[in-house]
Design a protein around this ligand. Structure first.
Ligand SMILES: C=CC1=C(C)c2cc3[nH]c(cc4nc(cc5[nH]c(cc1n2)c(C)c5CCC(=O)O)C(CCC(=O)O)=C4C)c(C)c3C=C
Ligand SMILES: [Fe+2]
Ligand SMILES: [Fe+2]
Length: 369
């Protein structure tokens, strides 16, 4: 393996810091071919599907890709916006706002970029660009509050794989999880309270997390436990009693057992038990996406109403909420302790201008959306 040729190392020049907000990824378009390309990359990752490669290759190419690509493309089309995929748009806006928030907190010369684990902009491309631009310190901040080998673990793989051929590897800080981070839990609490203030309150708060195969829990993946801890902390902040909320898992894929209880059958059972209204929040998703906008806000809503429920309220993800952006800034800042990014005095005015520019850019993105 050959290592990259680097420009000669010069002490103290051209050195700066960066934060990369990394999300899962999404197709480039809501079409069969674009979804197929995305699913192929995603579902070929051995962290995501742990079936022996020689068997999985045939299942993926002969069954999953030919059938699922078209079905999923239709679902994507139902949530697509003029600006593109909701997941990508929210992640872009979060990165812009995070840049502004870091400026406001006194961090100059911090580049904030967003990247996707699958699809574009790809994580290796973004890391290569940052290095070319002279970033010698990089914080990798996954958009997943709860650690799972299938998500955060896979981002770690991509980061390490990318730097395998790099001679002068940057100072790297990787955020592993923030399932119990006070800023994150507080942002969730604020979003539930705002929803209740505007719409009244349901009889049950359903906290629905993306599922993973049950086998991964038995093999030591901490994801299930971290989801339950997030739920418990949020319930405590909201002063909920045990009966007021329930934790469920959605988005099951394939025939094997996944984490239980599953979201759709749970809300159907609640409707049948006479629960008239449920409020559903997806705390593990920090941006609205296919799994929240289509699966929860459309499919699961339909399941609840047809089982006899009367009112279904979906509480949107944290997206660009100010409390969430502040929580992200604090998470990033914590990783940058000891890095020369802080400014004082006169430079603060410059940072304020950066913040205004970031806000205008984010608003413009929102207006066009
Ligand atoms: C096949 C196994 C899958 C595992 C394991 C899995 C874990 C997992 N995923 C997320 C977050 C998201 N997943 C999204 C879409 C999605 N997920 C899977 C499969 C697995 N996910 C598929 C096949 C898809 C694509 C859509 C479909 O065909 O159903 C998304 C939304 C992306 C978007 O473009 O909007 C997110 C976000 C987590 C957090 C997780 C494990 C903890
Ligand atoms: Fe998924
Ligand atoms: Fe789904």
């Amino acid at each position: 393996m050959a290592f990259q040729k680097e420009p000669p190392h010069t002490h103290g020049t051209g050195s700066s810091s960066a934060v990369v907000l990394v999300n899962l990824g999404t197709p480039d378009e809501p079409t069969r071919s674009a979804v197929r390309r995305y699913l192929k990359q995603f579902l070929s990752d051995p962290r995501v599907v742990e079936i022996p490669r020689a068997i999985w290759w045939w299942i993926l190419h002969l069954i999953i890709l030919p059938f699922r690509s078209g079905q999923s493309a239709k679902k994507y089309a139902s949530i697509w916006t003029d600006e593109g995929s909701p997941l990508k748009i929210h992640t872009q806006k979060q990165a812009l706002l995070l840049r502004g928030a870091l400026g406001e907190r006194g961090h100059r010369d911090v580049t904030v970029a967003m990247a996707m684990r699958y699809g574009s902009p790809s994580l290796p491309d973004v890391l290569a660009r940052l290095k070319r631009d002279g970033c010698t310190r990089i914080v990798v901040l996954p958009a997943y509050p709860q650690y799972s080998g299938t998500t955060t673990g896979s981002i770690y793989d991509a980061v390490f794989d990318h730097f395998k051929t790099v001679r002068n590897v940057p100072d790297l800080r990787l955020v592993r999880d923030y399932h119990d981070d006070d800023g994150y839990i507080d942002a969730l609490k604020k979003s539930v309270l705002a929803h209740w203030e505007a719409n009244g309150r349901g009889e049950k708060l359903v906290m629905s997390f993306h599922g993973v195969p049950k086998r991964t829990l038995l093999l030591g993946d901490p994801y299930h436990c971290e989801c339950h801890k997030t739920a418990r902390l949020l319930a405590t902040k909201l002063k909920l009693k045990e009966d007021d909320y329930i934790v469920t898992f959605q988005s099951r894929f394939g025939k094997a057992e996944w984490l239980q209880p599953y979201t759709a059958p749970t809300v159907q059972a609640l409707a049948k038990q006479g629960v008239r209204r449920v409020d559903v929040i997806c705390p593990g998703f920090t941006s609205d996406c296919l799994e929240t906008l289509e699966e929860i806000a459309m499919e699961v809503r339909h399941d609840f109403l047809t089982a006899g429920g009367k009112e279904f309220h979906y509480i949107p993800c944290l997206n660009e909420s100010p409390a969430w952006i502040a929580a992200l800034a604090e998470l990033a800042e914590h990783q940058m302790i000891g890095w020369p990014t802080m400014i004082t005095g006169a430079q603060h005015d410059v940072a304020k201008k950066d913040l205004d520019k970031a806000r205008v850019a984010a608003l413009k993105l929102g207006a066009e959306n």
